[in-house]
Design a protein around this ligand. Structure first.
Ligand SMILES: O=C1O[C@H](COP(=O)(O)O)[C@@H](O)[C@H](O)[C@H]1O
Length: 232
């Protein structure tokens, strides 16, 4: 599987490049298949991209939003990945509410896992999966030294009870389900991610490396995360 590394100047440039490509991918999916199924990353990194989409011109009525992971917290909690995405972007564009598939962790861990498994039943390949990279190499809520749900028999949705990053209870799509996609993009910015990036590039077995779609993955990272100087 190919990993394509795109080193860009800074976090703003990563967001701008991702925005440009994302809108083009959505247009192509809608032209070709009538809909665009996008999986969102949480955490802090994608917020710049999400905010930049508020004023984009797009056929929002054909967009379907999924989440790669969610933290088990009350519905309106600011640390929820879905709350971040809503505040930054989704509340400001006319995507039909029934097409925004939030992981309902306010119902509790296991009920949320079951509900999302049902929501995903019959869903084929995602058009695009956005992911982040934690300082420890985690992606979505797949953490080191845990079961990442690899292989064809893996469940689509995993209950995580002991995440080392708070909160400990989370719901995550498995590595196998995140890999069933026409495109997977990682957005990685900031010097704090440098060590995780270096480990990934050395071929170490970190969770991010377990996402292996047939088309390969694209990693958009800034110079700080790549450990490179950029330009003159
Ligand atoms: O906890 C999480 O962390 C990762 C990375 O987040 P970041 O704040 O370092 O960008 C994120 O991709 C994941 O969705 C989130 O739940």
């Amino acid at each position: 599987m190919q990993t394509r590394w795109h080193v860009l100047k800074d976090a703003a440039t990563v967001a701008a490049e991702a925005r440009r490509r994302l809108l083009a991918a959505a247009d192509a999916a809608i032209r070709g298949r009538g809909a665009f199924h996008l999986v969102l990353a949480g955490g802090a990194t994608p917020r710049l991209l999400y905010t930049s989409l508020v004023d984009a011109r797009a056929d929002w009525s054909r967009w379907h939003i999924w989440f790669g992971d969610e933290r088990v917290l009350p519905a309106a909690h600011p640390e929820r990945n879905s709350v971040m995405a809503r505040m930054a972007w989704l509340d400001h564009v006319p995507i039909p509410p029934a097409q925004i598939h939030v992981i309902p962790t306010e119902r509790g861990l296991h009920a949320a896992v079951e509900a999302y498994r049902r929501a995903l039943a019959g869903m084929g390949e995602f058009d695009l999966v956005l992911l982040g990279l934690g300082e420890d190499g985690h992606t979505a809520s797949l953490f080191p030294e845990r079961d990442w749900g690899e292989g064809p028999a893996a469940a689509d949705v995993l209950a995580i009870e002991d995440a080392p990053k708070p909160p400990p209870a989370r719901v995550s799509l498995s590595a196998a389900r995140l890999s069933r996609a026409r495109g997977v993009w990682f957005l990685v910015t900031g010097a704090a991610k440098r060590e995780a990036v270096a480990r990934w590039r050395r071929g170490e077995s970190i969770p991010a490396a377990a996402i292996r779609p047939a088309t390969g993955v694209d990693v958009f990272l800034d110079a700080a995360a790549a450990g490179e100087t950029f330009g003159p």
